[in-house]
Design a protein around this ligand. Structure first.
Ligand code: CP
Ligand code: NVA
Length: 308
């Protein structure tokens, strides 16, 4: 079994294998209904326990469909309804019970430390369904979406991120090394990626192009990404942060500087992008959301050592 916690820990060849499998599986589902099983139902009889410490719409639904289409099932837990969430039961005992009852564990948490603690005790694959520092299932799926739409390997494309240096960007930065693509980042001066992220990038001999001006960052972009300015774990002065990002608003005028670009956003959205761009022809946000089902199926198979 394997965990899926951070793209850093997974070999590039395995990430590419996951995407290849997802492409094959997606193409074979064209005539199938939502809950029809993939041929062979490779995860028949398996249960994925999903635990959320933060809200989620897409991650919860996409993992539900992913495991169901592979022949398994899922149950969703809210940590505040469990003894662990109320402080009455240890993480170690909780992990033991999860491993006894379940076959896989997907965790969305407000603490990276909690993931590391679970890893010490859990005996089943653990998937990170978003933590304060990363959102690996989202970003791997986004690479799938980009290659599907652009019909090119991402290594041949210019990717541009306009927004906060948050969990999604951290995973995108790691992906830029694993998949060798050019990444431009536009953010206010005080909101650059953390030192630890920059140092990891340097260690991997990669250059990040960080701009304080979205107009400079977006030039020649094939893909423009954005995300909410205020993330779920943000304990900030919302008014101030929103004001600091005013210049980084994505509208049709900005996208005119990157005429070939598509627009992606992991959702949910805030006020960082205009309605016209979000709902426009160049936006692929709905396909992007749905592709998470396909990619997460292959992530599950990777975790269960069943990737062909
Ligand atoms: N993109 C994403 O992870 O959405 P949810 O927070 O709704 O799961
Ligand atoms: N950066 C966002 C992503 C939500 C899917 C957050 O952490 O809230």
């Amino acid at each position: 079994m394997k965990h899926f916690i951070n793209l850093k820990d997974i070999e590039a060849k395995d990430l590419k294998k996951i995407l290849k499998d997802a492409k094959k599986r997606k193409s074979k589902r064209k005539k199938l209904n939502t809950l029809d099983l993939d041929k062979g139902a490779p995860l028949r009889g398996k249960i994925l326990i999903q635990m959320f410490e933060k809200p989620s719409l897409r991650t919860r639904l996409s993992f539900y469909l992913a495991i169901r289409q592979l022949g398994g099932g899922t149950i969703t837990l809210r940590s505040n309804e469990l003894h662990i969430g109320r402080g009455g039961e240890s993480l170690a005992d909780t992990a033991k019970i999860l491993s006894t009852y379940g076959d896989g564990f997907m965790l969305r948490t407000d603490s990276d430390k909690k993931i590391s603690e679970f890893v010490k005790h859990i005996k089943i694959p653990l998937i990170n369904g978003l933590s304060p520092s990363s959102h690996p299932t989202q970003v791997l799926s986004d690479i799938f979406t980009i290659e599907e739409i652009k019909k090119k390997p991402i290594s041949k494309l210019n990717i541009c991120w306009i927004g906060d240096s948050n969990n999604v960007l951290n995973s995108l930065i790691v992906a830029s090394i694993k998949f060798s693509f050019k990444l431009n980042i536009a953010c206010p001066k005080n909101y650059k990626p953390k030192k630890s992220v920059i140092n990891w990038v340097k260690k991997n001999k990669k250059i990040l192009n960080i701009f304080n001006d979205p107009k400079k960052a977006v030039r020649n972009a094939d893909v423009v990404f954005s995300d909410k300015v205020i993330s779920l774990n943000d304990k900030v002065n919302i008014k101030k942060k929103t004001k600091d990002f005013k210049k980084f608003y994505i509208d049709t005028n900005l996208l005119k500087l990157a005429p070939k670009s598509i627009f992606l956003h992991c959702l949910p959205r805030g006020n960082e992008v205009s309605e016209k761009v979000f709902q426009g022809k160049r936006s692929h946000v709905w396909t992007q959301a749905l592709n998470r089902v396909h990619v997460q199926k292959s992530i599950l198979l990777y975790c269960f050592d069943k990737l062909r």
